[in-house]
Design a protein around this ligand. Structure first.
Ligand SMILES: [Zn+2]
Length: 258
């Protein structure tokens, strides 16, 4: 049966880098995919104004999403200004109520950047609040509360490591070899990021770096290309392995999982 899947991360391109291949596979199975970014990447530039780059990056993200038939929306927070506070949680709840996911993929709780970590926390808590009828989003037009807390999974942190450089070990790794070309095509839509990363991170090869990370994640479990996920274990959240079941034909053999 077709599921509604929400992939929500901080910036345009995070989803494509960390879960793009998995979304290609899920879209191929006929599931309905929404990609949401918390910000439009308004600080990722040294040449445009915040408004100009935001417009460019929303367009790039929407084009990337469209390659797998996914819808794209931006929650319109701003770079380096995502805080886990009352208005932010209500805004994320409204996004959940509008996209109505069975399954949510979001940022790792531990990552190199504050925006990623706050996104993870906000989405986790919004999943809890979204089914509660008395919890108001405060939006002008509001969608109905969710029927239940959705299944929640964390993507790997950028590069698969924590702030100390120690590996963050996923619960399972999805074999994305057959989806890798499409994943690369999705990421290539984020043209404006390539220039910025060259300048700011000293990262010359945007697509190559993503490839390196995807290969490294797969290598740990004997795959050519992999994307890792952890299921959130908080007690009231669904603990049936929905994502693992949907992707059962693409999981690394259990014996090689870390
Ligand atoms: Zn990011």
């Amino acid at each position: 049966m077709s599921k509604r899947i929400l992939a929500i991360h901080a910036h345009p391109d995070d989803v494509d880098i960390l879960a793009g291949g998995t979304l290609v596979l899920l879209a191929g199975q006929g599931h309905q995919i929404s990609i949401v970014t918390m910000t439009p990447g308004d600080c990722g530039t040294a040449e445009y104004t915040a408004e100009e780059i935001a417009e460019i990056r929303r367009r790039e993200a929407a084009t990337a999403a469209a390659l797998i038939g996914a819808e794209y929306r931006c929650a319109e927070f701003r770079d380096l200004a995502i805080f886990s506070d009352d208005p932010a949680r209500r805004r994320v709840v409204e996004i959940l109520r509008r996209t109505r996911p069975d399954l949510v993929l979001t940022a790792s709780p531990v990552d190199y950047l504050c925006d990623h970590e706050r996104t993870s926390e906000l989405v986790r808590d919004a999943c809890f609040g979204a089914p509660a009828p008395n919890y108001r989003s405060g939006a002008e037009t509001t969608a109905a509360p969710l029927e239940a807390i959705p299944h929640l999974y964390f993507m790997d942190p950028a590069g698969g490591v924590d702030r100390e450089g120690a590996p963050v070990i996923p619960d399972f790794v999805v074999d994305v070899r057959s989806a890798f070309q499409k994943k690369k095509e999705m990421l290539a839509q984020h043209e404006s990021q390539r220039n910025w990363l060259r300048k700011h991170h000293g990262m010359d090869h945007y697509l190559d770096e993503m490839e390196r990370w995807t290969r490294a994640c797969g290598r740990r479990v004997g795959l050519e290309f992999g994307e890792g996920f952890r299921r959130y274990k908080g007690h009231p959240y669904p603990q049936t392995p929905l994502l693992e079941e949907l992707l059962k034909d693409f999981l690394a053999p259990a014996k090689t999982q870390s």
